[in-house]
Design a protein around this ligand. Structure first.
Ligand code: PHE
Length: 339
């Protein structure tokens, strides 16, 4: 009987040490200590033990049960702890792990420049006006002293929608719309999209302009020069110089083309300014009296000046961007550099 018990204990020891999971140890427990387990079977055999041996063998069996209970209990605790550990590891969240930085959007450089230009003029008392992008031939051309057969129409190739309806080629039609609706004094800037069938490194079929118009008594070319020179110093830098060259627009007389000293080389000459030290930034002039008349304003009482500039062009000059197309590609890496 003792031998049986001894071999049962060593079998139990071997089984316990072979357990790898909580389920394994539970099965071993049942096998040895369960109601129909091996130890229980041994206990049942006690009835065949002679009476004088019973106390000794009984103690021996009890000890064996204690040993097996302790063995399996310990192993169970160990395996349960390992199981919990493994689960915690699998479900753990590393709070020290650095989070993904969300990518913040940024304003397009043209929008930044447009806002800056609008701010400069509104700080001088100009109001912001807007007009339709699908425009009547009348406002885009005729009211601005460009009749149907006028050769100046060649200066602005045009997307026509119908005989008299087109995509506006400049923001100047808003001059006419404003003068027809408001009495002087007028001082407006007009940001907006315009369209021309051009497409290369410095032209895009859609681009943005800002128009300016001032109409009041005694407005002269001097007011235009003073305002635009101040504007250029605000937009580029304090030492920017301006140069006014004679030009031609049917809606202004006299007309000028305005150059600024190159924002990259400050007049020394570089690639951006093609070695001249100057860069053309806008067209302007004194409002042609015919335009005032067309729009119901008496040219003997009032005069005005107007100017128009391309926002993409100014953006390219300001940031030294050589190719306009990059402004339309929406490459996030390029846009981010303006944040
Ligand atoms: N509308 C002209 C253009 O697009 C620019 C301009 C505006 C010139 C106002 C003079 C006065 O080229």
């Amino acid at each position: 009987m003792k031998e049986k018990i001894d071999s049962l204990i060593s079998a139990a020891k071997a089984d316990v040490s072979a357990c790898a999971t909580v389920a394994d140890i539970a099965a071993v427990k049942v096998r040895y200590l369960g109601k129909s387990g091996e130890l229980t079977a041994l206990l049942r055999g006690m009835k065949d033990v002679p009476a004088d041996k019973k106390p000794e063998i009984g103690r021996y069996v009890n000890e064996a049960r204690d040993v097996i209970t302790a063995l399996t209990g310990e192993k169970q605790k160990e395996l349960e702890a390992a199981q919990t550990e493994a689960r915690m590891l699998a479900e753990s969240v590393d709070v020290t792990y650095s989070a993904h930085e969300g990518s913040l959007g940024s304003l397009h450089p043209c929008t930044l420049v447009k806002n800056e230009i609008v701010d400069i003029f509104t700080s001088l008392g100009f109001k912001v006006a807007r007009g339709p992008e699908i425009e009547l031939d009348f406002f885009n051309f005729q009211a601005l002293n460009i009749p149907k057969d006028h050769p100046a129409r060649d200066m602005q190739d045009t997307f026509y929608i119908g005989n008299d309806i087109l995509l506006r080629t400049h923001t100047s039609p808003v001059q006419a719309r404003t003068m027809m609706n408001e009495k002087p004094p007028i001082a407006i800037v007009v940001p907006g999209k315009v369209y021309r069938p051009d497409d290369d490194a410095t032209h895009s079929p859609m681009f943005q302009q800002i128009e300016g118009l001032v109409v009041d008594k005694h407005i002269t070319l001097c007011d235009l020069k003073g305002t635009l020179t101040l504007f250029a110093r605000e937009l580029f830098d304090k030492n920017t110089k301006t140069r006014f060259r004679p030009s031609y627009f049917p809606f202004t007389e006299p007309s000028v083309e305005v150059d600024v000293t190159c924002s990259q080389c400050h007049g020394k000459g570089c690639r951006l300014c093609h070695g001249t030290g100057w860069i053309e930034v806008l067209g302007a002039g004194v409002v042609n009296p015919k335009v005032l008349e067309n729009c119901g304003i008496d040219p003997s009482e009032y005069s005005g000046y107007a100017f128009g500039m391309g926002i993409e062009r100014i953006t390219m000059i300001k940031y030294g961007i050589p190719d306009m197309r990059i402004l339309f590609e929406n490459d996030a890496r390029f846009l981010k550099s303006f944040r």
